[in-house]
Design a protein around this ligand. Structure first.
Ligand code: ATP
Length: 233
């Protein structure tokens, strides 16, 4: 039984069609890596799942309900949370205040400020610091924590590695490891193919707005994904 079903999704930016007839189901507990070259449509697809961008046609089914034109704050209340590209924190607000914002549209559940600080211990001493003063890794942890505070069923992560040094990326992924193996359903957009394949249970590759590969991570080689990435057969 799938948790979320994306059906024939078309998404446009004005005249440009960024997502073309995309369909796939996400089962509860899957960690789905969305890969593809720059401009393949990954961010647009993720934002359409989150409600930050509406599709021109197609469906985003959560159970029986089509959320395709439901705004993002209502999707958060239904258990879909996005960690956006570039983090989009409120830089004049503290870590704690940003985390509390995550709870405002969300659902009641097991995530609290203390649990986020336990999951991301580097944030503990920064709890009352303005996020504009944090390092990139601390900002990314805050952005992930903010999404978790809404107690999502599905966590959408858009390029958590972007702009971070390899060492910091390692640390962010180490902190994500518990989430990745705890049964949380996750869709992650990741530029680093090797990393994406090492954490995902399933890999979807997009090329020019379409899905060109959709396989269990254990059943596909890096070479096959690389070929799909570049449109080679
Ligand atoms: P990247 O890795 O560069 O973020 P992506 O796979 O996430 O790439 P998208 O950001 O979804 O791809 O972009 C898909 C296409 O839509 C690209 O051609 C891009 O230029 C275009 N696009 C994205 N956002 C907008 C926008 N706000 N207005 C116009 N065109 C856009």
């Amino acid at each position: 039984m799938s948790l979320l079903s994306i059906q024939n999704l078309d998404v446009r930016h004005g005249l440009l069609q960024a997502v073309r007839g995309v369909s796939f189901d996400i089962a509860r507990g899957e960690v789905l890596a969305l890969v593809g070259a720059n401009g393949a449509g990954k961010t647009t697809l993720l934002r359409s799942i989150a409600g930050a961008h509406f599709p021109s046609s197609g469906r985003v089914l959560l159970g029986d309900e089509d959320l395709a034109h439901v705004p993002s704050h209502k999707r958060i209340a239904k258990g879909i949370a996005l960690v956006p590209e570039g983090r989009r924190l409120f830089s004049q607000m503290t870590v704690e205040e940003n985390l509390l914002l995550g709870r405002s549209c969300g659902r009641k559940g097991e995530w609290s400020i203390d649990r986020v600080l336990d999951a991301f211990p580097n944030l503990k001493p920064r709890r009352h610091a303005k996020t504009g003063h944090l390092s990139g890794g601390e900002q990314q942890a805050t952005a992930i924590g903010r999404a978790l505070m809404s107690n999502p069923d599905i966590l959408l992560l858009d390029e958590v590695s972007l702009g971070l040094s390899p060492l910091v990326v390692d640390r962010v992924y180490a902190q994500l490891q518990e989430l990745l193996t705890s049964g949380t359903t996750i869709v992650l957009v990741e530029q680093d193919l090797a990393r994406a394949m090492s954490v995902a249970s399933r890999v979807i590759c997009m090329l020019e707005g379409r899905v060109v590969l959709d396989r269990a991570a254990a059943a596909v080689t890096r070479d096959e994904v690389t070929k799909a990435y570049f449109g080679l057969h």
